[in-house]
Design a protein around this ligand. Sequence first.
Ligand code: URA
Length: 185
Amino acid sequence: MPELSLDVLKEELTAWKGCDLAKTANPVLGEGNPHATVMFIGEAPGQKEDELKRPFVGASGKFLDQLLAGIGLKREDVYISNVVKYRPPENRDPTPEEKEQCLPWLMREIALIKPRVIVPLGRHALGHFLPEITISDAHGKAFPFPDSMTIFPIYHPAAALHNGNLRSSLVSDFRALGEFLKTLT
Ligand code: URA
């Protein structure tokens, strides 16, 4: 058996057909630093991500890159992934079944990376970690989580592309995240 690594995970995901979305879209595993302290988790790939088989490489990805740069981080410093590993048709919301089917991949990524901080981007990712709280209540705050992890929810960058008011919220939440990261020893 080859040692479990992100490359092995990618190969296994490519061969996997356990989600109906695999009939119409390419698999998109997360990417980034395998030893990252921080892991960002979005909803599902969009058109550009499907084409390039990489997460967050379209308009929201560009905004995410800017937000990261604002707190002195590059994509290569962090790990970026999604709850759902395939683009839903027409970028519709993923169904609860699709999220459930894809979840083991995210759990395996978390087990490999062992991040200290998980940043769910938006309500779909947040729902998996803290189902009792809404993104509008939770964003920009640190929540202790089992295994010495912290969940630090932030609005999805795509939401800010459609709603100017959320933009400043995202910028200040990233600033708060940057400050929180400085407190980690
Ligand atoms: N939106 C997401 O949630 N994930 C991506 O990879 C791209 C856009």
